[in-house]
Design a protein around this ligand. Structure first.
Ligand SMILES: [Zn+2]
Length: 123
């Protein structure tokens, strides 16, 4: 029989695991989540209008990286990814598939999992 304090920890751990599992998702699941939440508005706005929102969010990320707290920075990263995923939805691109195709076998330039491309080249 756990003490009152001990059972509180157990409850907290169960709560934490539940929250964590709700927040853990694949890129495909995130893209679907964004689609479910916003697709009608996103489709009406179109790729070009949505791209403008992405660039605005990239500017906000730059500001957060310069002067924001770690929490502010993390939220701006989330916004940039959300807008990138949004554009993929409007353009009908499966982003997880695209990432796996391009980067799933290593660096697209040299094919290594630790890039050996010359420094002067991208990436
Ligand atoms: Zn490389």
């Amino acid at each position: 029989m756990p003490t009152e304090f001990g059972s509180g920890i157990i409850v907290f751990r169960k709560f934490y695991r539940t929250q964590l599992s709700r927040c853990t998702m694949t890129l495909r699941e995130f893209q679907q989540l964004i689609r479910n939440m916003y697709h009608d508005k996103d489709a009406a706005r179109g790729v070009e209008g949505t791209f403008m929102w992405l660039t605005e969010e990239i500017g906000e990320l730059a500001t957060a990286l310069r002067s924001g707290s770690p929490e502010e920075q993390s939220l701006e990263f989330a916004d940039v990814l959300a807008w990138l995923v949004t554009i993929a939805n409007v353009a009908d691109i499966d982003l997880e598939q695209a990432v796996a195709k391009k980067y799933g076998q290593g660096c697209p330039g040299c094919g290594q999992t630790s890039c050996t491309c010359p420094d002067a080249e991208k990436p």
